[in-house]
Design a protein around this ligand. Structure first.
Ligand code: AMP
Length: 347
């Protein structure tokens, strides 16, 4: 393989990777995907790919030799791999940032340290279960690492059940369950010299999995700006380069609490492919490759529905109408709750 043109290496090969690869192609950038799964949509679109464990140093060396810069579509990369690549190649965003945002406790502690509000939280290891204040219940207990789409989460309505429950280990974060009004997210792309963000997306989750996102979010311009300011503060404090997503709860009192930060493009931004002048994916490529920034502008109102598991079969045989855009990720294995595709409607 020759390294004639600029090649962007992407860790992870899911649908986010597929859309990143397509955005890169549009900007004449070669892509090389490193994934640990053969059932990875991005490999059908990228110029090159490797299917290997993220821990295989020989494969990592080969990957590094053949790329100019690395980025992520997936943050749960082993720490050792993050350290290894950081020493050998330019990576955006920086692995040290991924390490903070991969870990719910570090993430929330960081947010607290910069004065940003989150849900009330405790580290299971550092508390005596019996002493936990009754007022915090109901709670969600989440694994600190590797939990997403509700994986690794246990709900407790009262202290009695919580005290009785035995956890496998103590690497859990305890969070107060928020009775929120709605959930929104801000997708921000930070370039070396400035950052740009989309207005808020309004998100609906079912069983902790994103079901639907729409724009514009039904919130006041003031709240929208506040959310954008918070996202900017986070990106600036982290010295982040690339696109990231900040997810918020809007409380009954119209207060913004950050739920979590994804150090990558995000599912709630899929509708930017059809509703905006520039997609979150293109802006990520532009930011990490240090190209000219594009300020996002919404052209249409839009709604995006995630298609999970076997529902994809229904959509595959259905005709789409004029204002609908159906995306089939082409995953071979259909599993319950697996994200198989999405449908965006513009208005
Ligand atoms: P997470 O895995 O933290 O992204 O959570 C996924 C979804 O679960 C969120 O978008 C919320 O809908 C719900 N959720 C997570 N944490 C809380 C919480 N502390 N209070 C209320 N709902 C939550």
């Amino acid at each position: 393989m020759s390294k004639k043109t600029f090649t962007l290496g992407i860790f992870g090969g899911g649908q986010l990777g597929k859309f990143l690869v397509e955005a890169a192609k549009k900007l004449n950038i070669r892509t090389f995907v490193f994934t640990d799964s053969p059932d990875s949509p991005a490999i059908y679109y990228s110029d090159d790919f490797i299917i290997s464990s993220y821990k295989d140093k020989k494969k990592l060396d080969f990957f590094i030799k053949n790329i100019d810069l690395a980025t992520f579509e997936f943050e749960n990369i082993p720490f050792k791999t993050l350290d290894y690549i950081e020493e050998k190649i330019n990576v955006s965003p920086k692995p040290s940032i991924i390490k903070i945002l991969q870990d719910r406790l570090k993430e929330k502690t960081f947010l607290k340290s910069i004065g940003i509000k989150t849900t009330e939280f405790y580290y299971l290891k550092k508390i005596n279960k019996k002493n936990l204040n009754d007022n915090i219940f109901p709670i969600l207990v989440k694994t600190i690492r590797l939990g997403y789409d509700g994986k690794g989460q246990v709900f407790f309505k009262n202290k009695k059940d919580f005290v009785k429950y035995s956890f496998k280990n103590k690497d859990y974060i305890i969070e107060k369950l928020i009775d929120f009004k709605k959930e929104i997210s801000i997708i921000i792309s930070r370039y070396k010299t400035k950052s740009v963000s989309f207005d808020a997306f309004e998100n609906l989750h079912k069983h902790q999995i994103l079901q639907k996102s729409h724009v514009p979010a039904n919130i006041s311009p003031k709240l929208n700006n506040q959310a954008k300011e918070i996202a900017k503060k986070i990106a600036d404090k982290l010295n982040y380069i690339g696109t990231m997503c900040v997810e918020f709860f809007v409380t009954r009192k119209n207060e913004l609490l950050v739920n979590e930060i994804a150090p990558r493009v995000h599912n709630s931004g899929h509708l930017t492919l059809n509703a905006h002048n520039v997609s979150q994916f293109e802006n990520h490529i532009r930011a990490v490759c240090n190209l000219k920034f594009k300020k996002p502008k919404r052209i249409h109102k839009a709604v995006m529905y995630n298609i999970l598991g076997h529902d994809i079969k229904k959509y595959r045989s259905k005709e789409t109408i004029n204002n609908e855009f159906f995306y089939d990720y082409g995953k071979k294995e259909i599993k319950d709750k697996r994200k198989m595709g999405h449908l965006t409607k513009i208005f």
